[in-house]
Design a protein around this ligand. Sequence first.
Ligand code: AMP
Length: 135
Amino acid sequence: MATIFSRIIAGEIPSYKVAENDQFFAFLDINPMAKGHTLVVPKQEVDYLFDLDDKTLGDMQIFAKKVAKAIEKAVPCKRVGQMVIGLEVPHAHIHLIPINKESDMVLSNPKLKLATEEFQEIAKKINDAFAEENK
Ligand code: AMP
């Protein structure tokens, strides 16, 4: 059975998409640790990030870098932090999280509750910044 992320990539489940290329898809985490918290996912369905072949993992990190640069432009923050967990969804993904202090990366922090309009607005800003950076 396809993973929830494959179903998002296929458009069967809605998401707040921020970027896409032929290999990867990036969208807002639905339970964000910060505004702009984004997941970068390979279209290839592999459970564990570190089981990806070297070329795909390298390409994914470069794609994540481009998304991180777009997040920096769209969301006020000091840095974009990167995290890999993967215990909940068995489809490799990188978390990109706008941060201002170390504790912004603490997993047990309460997650933000955002309105649909806020998700849409943030996704559009990141998507616009990504398009601008990569035209
Ligand atoms: P983990 O597998 O532990 O890295 O966590 C999976 C992440 O995916 C969590 O931060 C969830 O909030 C996020 N997530 C799960 N389902 C969705 C969804 N349908 N749309 C966006 N984010 C999701």
